[in-house]
Structures are given as C-alpha cells and as structure tokens.
Design a protein around this ligand. Structure first.
Ligand code: PSU
Ligand code: MN
Length: 317
C-alpha cells in the first residue's frame, strides 16, 4: 500500500518498533497494542508493573504479540522491554500523560511520555496495529456542559482506525453523554458478549444499551475489516463487561466514585489531572478493592483483544 510506505518513510525516524513486534507485523501475525498511562497514572507501583507484565504474558499465551507503547528519548516506542516497563511504573506521575496533543512536544523535548488511549491509538495506527486492549476509556466528564471536559480519547476514536477493547467507561464520567458523543464522532460501540448493556467498568451494567452487540471474535474482526474496506478511518469500541466474580463490590465502588467526584470539584481539580486524581482516590476509598477489579478486567480485555487480533490476522492473509 502506498499509504503505508509513505508513513514508514516519513515516520521511521520517530518510531522505534521492537524486534518482536516488527517481526510479527512483517509476517501479518496478530499484534495487540497496550497503553502506558494505565501504568504510570492508572495504578500504583508496584502493582502497575506487575499488571503490565502479566497482561503482556496473557497476550502471548493467547497467540499474539504484545506491543506496549510509550514515548522515550524522542521516539515512539512500540513494544517495551522489561527495564522500560519498570522505569515507567516507577516514574509514575512524573512521566507525562500524553494524548495526541502532547506527543510532538514530549518527543521534541525527549521527555518520558506515557500514552493515553488517544496517544496509543495514534502510535498503533502509525505502526500498523489494528487492535488495542486497555481498562477503560476517557469520556465526557460529569459537568462537561460547563467545563467542556471531553476526553481526547473520544475524538481520537472518531479519526483513527484502531479497535479499542475496554470495559466501557467509569461512572466518574457522564456515560449517557459519552455514548451521545461517540455517535456524533461516528464510532461503533459494540457490547461484547450476551448482554447489550454498555458496561460501566466496575459494573457489567450501566443501565444504558450499546447500539450493537457481538458474541464472537470473528464478528468483531469482520467489523474491523469492513470498516477498513470502507475507508471510514474511525475506531471502534469493543466493550467487554468485567468478569462476574469481580463485579460484586460495585455498589461500594459507586459510593467511592461519588465521594471522589465531589472532592475533585471541591478541590478544583481540572484538565488532565482530573482522571488520575479520581482513579487514585477510588483506590484509596475502597481500600484497594477497585484495584483488584481493575486488574482483573484489564487481563480479561487483553485475552479478548488477542482473540480478535488472531481472527483478524487469519482474515487479512
Ligand atoms: N480510565 C481508567 N483508567 C485509566 C484511564 C482512564 O479507568 O488509566 C486513563 C487512560 O489512559 C485514558 C486516560 O486514555 O486516562 C483519559 O484521560 P482524560 O480523561 O484526561 O482524557
Ligand atoms: Mn479532560
């Protein structure tokens, strides 16, 4: 494809793709992209690094190659080594949380950048990776009618063709507005599994229906393939409900979310600090129960994303 040649010549100086990921991509083998803000800003050390390693292992066990993405020494790294994962996890919030907006600045100043869903989608698409697993996406914040705080993840999904396998979005957000905004952006939202409920991260059930539901990796792979053939250039949300055995503490977590949101308003927390503040407070307020649930659903999403990428690879070749 001339477009990918164009990308590769223009971008080779910015992209550093690990040998394992490069080999897999060259052979048309399945690859799953993974983000790094979840490591630096989404979970505390050392659980963040342990989880990142376990998620990579799950992707491998399911037959795909993991490609964790971060901005290091002026390059977009696609596929991190163990030392790099450890460094990112230890750096925590001193790494820069990087969405599309921040990428060129972080790279040009050779800072350490952890990519959000938005930043990871940009990088995955540059590298030629179509499937990406994470925990939750950003969305329209509560009170956005006044603050206009709408995550760059949502506009990215409207412009970059990468499938994001997630557990929906947390109810720290305004979920009805988030689904409305995704419709405006032309993003298919697929509830994965038996239920058409759009999952709310800690809970399998937000009380809102997703516009679509699919039951198999093959169905999702066909959606991705058709989206590419149509040249729509939009991403997809594949929303996988949290496994049942971890969903039971959701009432307690909902109470913690309400407290955390109120505190963030009282303290005047704004902009890109808002989501990391809420995530950390929820872990503190639930005495770690939210972290256990978070880790479980990320692993489950990695498994589903691997199955989708396997199915896609078998169709494309
Ligand atoms: N939601 C989570 N965990 C996370 C994030 C969101 O449950 O780790 C991170 C992701 O990297 C996501 C980013 O892309 O926060 C969204 O931040 P913001 O709301 O500032 O756009
Ligand atoms: Mn925001």
């Amino acid at each position: 494809m001339s477009q990918s040649r164009h990308y590769s010549s223009r971008l080779s100086s910015c992209l550093s793709i690990s040998p394992a990921v490069r080999d897999a991509l060259a052979n048309g083998a399945p690859v799953v992209a993974l983000e790094s803000t979840i490591i630096s800003h989404g979970m505390p050390y050392p659980q963040n690094v342990e989880t990142a390693r376990q998620v990579e292992l799950i992707v491998k066990e399911n037959g795909a190659t993991p490609a964790t993405i971060a901005l290091i020494d002026g390059k977009i790294h696609v596929g991190l080594g163990d030392a790099e994962l450890e460094h990112l996890g230890k750096s925590g919030k001193s790494a820069i949380k990087a969405s599309r907006r921040d990428m060129a600045t972080v790279l040009s100043q050779r800072l350490l950048g952890a990519t959000t869903v938005s930043g990871t989608m940009v990088a995955a698409h540059m590298a030629g990776i179509a499937v990406f697993a994470t925990g939750g996406i950003g969305g329209v914040h509560r009170g956005a009618e006044l603050t206009m705080d709408v995550s760059a993840d949502l506009t990215e999904l409207g412009r970059t063709p990468v499938a994001v396998v997630c557990a929906g979005a947390k109810s720290i957000l305004d979920l009805p507005k988030t689904l409305e905004f995704l419709e405006t952006q032309g993003v298919p939202v697929v509830a994965y599994g038996e239920s058409r409920q759009f999952p709310a991260f800690f809970s399998p059930d937000s009380g809102l229906l997703a516009p679509w539901s699919m039951q198999t990796p093959q169905q999702v792979a066909r959606l991705i393939k058709t989206n590419t053939e149509l040249g729509l250039m939009t991403g997809q949300i594949i929303a996988v409900p949290i496994p049942n055995e971890y969903a039971e503490s959701s009432a307690e977590i909902e109470r913690a979310i309400d407290i955390a949101v109120r505190e963030s308003e009282e303290m005047g927390i704004k902009g890109k600090e808002c989501t990391p503040f809420l995530l950390q407070r929820i872990v503190e307020l639930t005495g770690g129960a939210s972290l256990t649930a978070n880790i479980a659903l990320v692993k489950n999403n990695a498994r589903v994303a691997s199955q989708i990428s396997l199915s896609l690879a078998s169709m494309v070749s």
